[in-house]
Design a protein around this ligand. Structure first.
Ligand SMILES: *Cc1c(COP(=O)(O)O)cnc(C)c1O
Length: 369
């Protein structure tokens, strides 16, 4: 059995966890939380970190913190996990979708520009599978028009664009630490920003909107309990100590798959690099030229004990949104192709070279049939 993901704990995870238990500090009040916030923010190159219970919670907080009003428009990619779409709709703002770039599988920036209106308040860039759009260009677009840039960088820990870390381009950016991400805390997420006001707001929203300066248990606005525990942060601190090793391993997995799978007709592999970054292969995605073939190959790999995951399903084709009357009649051909013909191969940090060879062998046999 080769699962689609296997996390690794090669560092101080156990030691720090034992420390939490022996000291009795297990809730969000423990000191690993502030340490993790400080160290992760500094690693990415942002001033403030607000650790939360998961990456979707981080997006809820980011979208709420920027203060959207009804009628405001938020531009985002149609090909993404559903979390950012839920977060936007919960604020009452309107989603404006954009199709993807055929090669990077990230948001097409020409289309972003064409969809900006006077009502555009924010743009969410969701980095896909270890690559991003050209964030320098996107930053310039936002600066020119006074638009807030939010990065959902859950799939791009440590990735760099023009030598600068992803997650530092946004006014506010979010990460997830789910077990399939480059570093994990079991469940967990973080909101990063340079703006002290946004950071303060995010801290309040994470904690039921308790206001540190006011009488306890008197509240002036809505909030959530989205706090991260000291146990999670302890694992996060240990994982962060090894993040460069994790990224090196992801890149090695990507390189080995690419070497063994390139040149097969009808099989699109992830780009090795763009003119602004080098793929760090959060996962190794594959897009076939035919939907039925893609389904068949995933099923057969499963029968051989090889785990795969289909690509995201586009936002404009989500039943939950269509039933609300959203995105009806909208079409985004590249996203539709990716979601139907794409899937990813085992890409976890625990994967070894022999396993990669078996996956490639099985894949090639199926494609050649
Ligand atoms: C994983 C992921 C999330 C959600 O993170 P959770 O911690 O699972 O809530 C959000 N955005 C992207 C792009 C992701 O890959």
């Amino acid at each position: 059995m080769i699962p689609v993901n296997t996390p690794v704990f090669n560092g101080n995870e156990e030691k720090y966890l034992v420390d939490c238990i022996r000291s009795g500090w297990i809730s969000s009040e423990g000191s690993y939380v502030t340490r993790f916030e400080r160290e992760f923010a500094s690693y990415i190159g942002m001033d403030h970190g607000v650790a939360v219970s998961n990456g979707s919670a981080a997006l809820d907080i980011a979208l709420e913190a920027i203060g959207l009003n009804e009628g405001d428009e938020v531009i985002m990619p149609t090909f993404t996990i559903i979390s950012p779409a839920f977060s936007v709709l919960r604020t009452g703002a309107k989603i404006v979708l954009v199709d993807m770039d055929n090669d990077t599988w990230n948001m097409a920036l020409d289309e972003v520009e064409s969809k900006i209106t006077p009502k555009t308040k924010a743009i969410i860039a969701v980095h896909i599978y270890g690559l991003t759009s050209n964030l320098k260009r996107l930053r310039e677009i936002c600066d020119k028009k006074g638009i807030i840039l939010i990065e959902d960088a859950a799939e791009a820990h440590g990735q760099e664009v023009f030598g600068k870390k992803v997650g530092s381009y946004g006014d506010i950016s979010t990460f997830s630490f789910y077990p399939n991400k480059t570093i994990t805390t079991g469940e967990g997420g973080i909101v990063l920003t340079r703006d002290v006001k946004l950071a303060e707001k995010a801290r309040e929203l994470r904690n039921l909107s308790f206001k540190p300066s006011k009488r306890r248990f008197v509240h002036y606005s809505f909030g959530w309990n989205y706090r991260m525990t000291n146990l999670q942060a302890a694992i996060g601190c240990a994982q962060l100590e090894n993040i460069e090793e994790h990224i090196r391993k992801k890149k090695l997995i990507g390189k080995l798959y690419t070497e063994q799978l390139k040149g097969i007709p009808g099989v699109q592999l992830p780009l090795e690099k763009t003119n602004f970054s080098v793929n760090n292969y959060w996962v190794f995605g594959i897009v076939l030229d035919d939907e039925e073939k893609a389904i068949y190959v995933q099923e057969e790999l499963g029968k051989h004990g090889i785990g795969t995951r289909p690509f995201f399903w586009s936002m404009h084709e989500q039943p939950v949104f269509n039933e609300l009357g959203l995105f009806l009649g909208e079409h985004y051909p590249i996203a539709e192709r990716l979601s139907r013909c794409g899937f990813y191969l085992p890409s976890g940090l625990g994967l070894n070279e022999t396993e990669i060879q078996s996956v490639c062998q099985a894949f090639r046999n199926l494609i050649n049939q």
